[in-house]
Ligand binder design. Structure first.
Ligand code: FAD
Length: 466
């Protein structure tokens, strides 16, 4: 049986395996997914997870539960030697080993792209994983709890109540809007803190936000956020973030205990860098429109495929200035579906079909009850767009089991309000037990037997005594 190795079980990897299970007959090929995480993360929900509107577990999809005919390996792929069709697999906590394959599908996604700005690596957090979203939610609530017990003129209190987001793309603006909404809701439970004390700043290097929507819509978002006490600083860059004090090139200073970096992504450097697969100047693996990997001369590398954020896939409808697809979920899912069909076709000696997807538009939630939707020149703003956001993503979540959990969660929140409990102490789950746990008494060391003085030293002591 040919072996299909899928590197990364995120959006593109999960959908590729899921659809291959559907398209391939029993015994036609063995499907293997390698990912260090046991779940696919629905990244568009991360801002709502950070804001406490969605339970973290509901926004991920278990690979083992939903991939019934796929072998799932909890490991990282650290190298790909496609010339010999071998991948290096490093299991979590185990020895790395070589894995032979017939077909490889690289869907290892992207990571936050940062710049060498002092203090960012040490003090900021990204928003590319469920773990980060949970940490942001816990930190926001814990900071309120701490600030409420400090005097009004305390510098620490001011710092705890200041949130800085860097990057005004879709993910950044959604995160900013959702956190502002969450903080405003928290105020009802913290009468010690006034609205004016909560400071929200977003730093954006360009002259506008959200390039996916029209300029007019993006200006509406700026106004909506400002009305809610969240300020976007355009044409501004972070110059320094040492000790959590965000300094901009325009001379502003925002000491903050919660700095979120959402200023762009880059193709997974570990997987791409550790492979012999061809890549373009931005570091993405080059493919042709049917998602097969190609070299710089356009020659197909037999048995190699790529999709999602890690791949530079030609966009036959226009796309980025270089004619490739933008890194988003809309493309990742559809590329994966096309890839699964094409891979099955190649295994059967049939022809492949090119990937073609016309952008459906963009929809963003900016906090409970407000959002934006843009499709061509048509735009919705405010409550209707927020409804469209929830409707679209609620249904786009893969599997009914997961859709159901998310939809019920929203339904419960509608009546009960969002859950405002932080569980930061789960970061150190053994601390409490360890503090009171009995330990064996330390052994009493036996005193070493006194050594008999040597002959010459005895003579010396006697001589000194005389
Ligand atoms: C906050 C946020 C909001 C977003 N909102 C939207 C939206 O509203 N609409 C939209 O279209 N797009 C949105 N996106 C973008 C979209 O989520 C991504 O484009 C999409 O997830 C890309 O899918 P992928 O499969 O390429 O990567 P991912 O979904 O990131 O999956 C990559 C997988 O590879 C695994 N992996 C990493 N390293 C290794 C390794 N060494 N070996 C094996 N596996 C590895 C990872 O664990 C992960 O499971 C958003 C992104 C973010 C961060």
């Amino acid at each position: 049986m040919p072996k299909i190795l899928i590197v990364g079980g995120g959006y593109a990897g999960f959908y590729t395996a899921w659809k291959l299970e559907k398209h391939l007959r029993k015994g036609e090929a063995e499907i293997v997914v390698v990912d260090p995480l046991p779940y696919m993360t629905y990244l568009p929900f991360l801002p709502e997870v950070a804001a406490g509107s969605i339970e973290p577990r509901h926004s991920v999809v278990s690979l083992r539960r939903h991939l019934k005919r796929t072998r799932v390996i909890a490991a990282k792929v650290t190298g790909i030697d496609h010339a010999n069709k071998t991948a290096m697999i490093a299991p979590n906590g185990g020895e790395a080993y070589d894995f032979d394959y017939d077909q490889i599908v690289v869907t290892a996604g992207s990571v936050s792209r940062t710049f060498p700005i002092p203090g960012i690596a040490d003090n900021a957090i990204g928003l590319k994983s469920i773990e980060e979203a949970v940490a942001v939610r816990d930190r926001l609530i814990a900071n309120f709890e701490q600030a409420a017990s400090l005097p009004k003129d305390s510098e620490l209190r001011k710092r705890l109540l200041t949130v800085v987001v860097v990057g005004g793309g879709f993910a950044g603006i959604e995160t900013f809007g959702e956190l502002r909404s969450a903080a405003s809701a928290l105020l009802a439970k913290f009468p010690e803190i006034s609205f004016d004390e909560t400071q929200f700043h977003l730093i954006e290097a360009m002259g506008r936000i959200m390039p996916e929507v029209s300029l007019e819509t993006s200006k509406w978002v700026l106004k909506d956020l400002a009305k809610r006490g969240a300020y976007v600083h355009l044409d501004t860059q972070v110059a320094d973030a040492t000790d959590g004090v965000v300094k901009t090139n325009t001379g502003e200073e925002y000491p903050s205990d919660l700095i979120i970096w959402t200023a762009g992504v880059m193709a997974n450097p570990q997987v791409v860098g550790g492979s012999d697969l061809p890549r373009e100047p931005r570091g993405r693996i080059t493919t042709q429109a049917d998602l097969r990997v190609i070299d710089a001369d356009g020659n197909v590398l037999e048995g190699a495929w790529a999709a999602g954020d890690v791949a530079a896939v030609p966009d036959k409808t226009g796309g980025l200035p270089d004619g490739t697809c933008v890194p988003n979920a809309q493309h990742a899912v559809r590329q994966a579906k096309r890839l699964a069909k094409n891979l099955a076709a190649v295994l059967r000696g049939e022809a492949t079909v090119d990937y073609f997807h016309k952008n459906l538009g963009a929809v963003a939630g900016l906090g409970i009850g407000t959002g934006v939707f843009q499709s061509g020149k048509f735009a919705l703003k405010g409550f209707l767009a927020w409804g469209a956001h929830r409707g679209y993503h609620g249904l786009a979540m893969p599997t009914w089991e997961r859709k159901w959990r998310v939809l019920w969660g929203w339904w419960h929140n509608f009546f009960l309000g969002r859950d405002q409990v932080q569980l930061q102490t789960t970061q150190e789950p053994r601390a409490f037990f360890e503090a009171y746990a009995s330990r064996p008494k330390p052994k009493v060391e036996e005193a070493p037997a006194a050594e008999a003085p040597k002959a010459d030293s005895t003579a010396k002591v006697e001589a000194e005594a005389k």
